[in-house]
Design a protein around this ligand. Structure first.
Ligand code: FMN
Length: 204
């Protein structure tokens, strides 16, 4: 798949918190809409993808995984995969055209790094770029229970302009499967990025 400057472009960062399914559903939904996804995955993000979704959920063959699970419409979009160590990557700079970023799921470690502007790796640096450029940054933290430092880190991120969207799927939609739960979170993320969708039924 090739990069097309005319596509809407979003960074998806996957870190080592539980909930890999939220990440793959979000990616599939963006690709189905013809978006370009700048993908960066931490080492533990790679591990969680495999642990929770199986060996076929390999980062290097992510598009094939998404097509197998969600269908050919995923091929409408395009993906560029970056190393989390590559602080010279395009998304490490504010001059690139990426309009928003989602960290899904976001570990407490990465949350802390973003909250304190550490930029120790590409996930943290790309998030820092979103904050400094006043672009959309959605953080999907997952941990329970949470310590006071973790809660404070969420507040710091919110004060800096990020949207905190804890991985808390609702049950009033009567979910039947894990995919229903993932659809709910991916739908919330898509709404926050300004897309219409039918990933979960509208509340009536
Ligand atoms: C199976 C497994 C599940 C984990 N789940 C979580 C989690 O839900 N939330 C979290 O903050 N950390 C979780 N961790 C710990 C993080 O992966 C760990 O802190 C890691 O250093 C995060 O690094 P990263 O943010 O660079 O991905 C988990 C680790 C493993 C191995």
């Amino acid at each position: 798949m090739s990069t097309d400057a005319a596509r809407r472009s979003f960074t998806v960062a996957i870190t080592g918190a539980s909930g890999a399914l939220y990440a793959t559903r979000t990616m599939a939904a963006l690709l189905e809409r013809g978006c370009h996804v700048e993908l960066v995955v931490s080492d533990y993000g790679r591990r969680l993808l495999r642990d929770e979704l199986g060996e076929t959920a390999s980062v290097d063959r992510m598009v094939e995984f998404l097509v197998a699970k969600h269908g050919e419409a995923v091929r409408r979009g395009s993906v560029t995969l970056y190393s989390n160590k590559d602080l010279g990557a395009k998304i490490a700079s504010g001059s690139q055209g990426c309009e928003g970023m989602v960290v899904v799921p976001c570990s407490m470690k990465t949350l802390a790094g973003i909250a304190h502007g550490l930029s120790r790796n590409l996930v943290e640096r790309a998030a820092d770029v979103m904050l400094k450029e006043r672009r959309t940054l959605i953080i999907v933290p997952r941990e329970t229970p949470m310590s006071l430092p973790q809660l404070k880190n969420m507040v710091l991120c919110a004060e800096a302009g990020a949207m905190l969207m804890p991985a808390m799927p609702a049950f009033y939609q009567m979910p039947k499967t894990l995919d229903d739960l993932a659809n709910f979170m991916a739908g919330k993320i898509l709404s926050a990025l300004g897309f219409s969708h039918d990933l979960y039924p509208a509340w009536e």
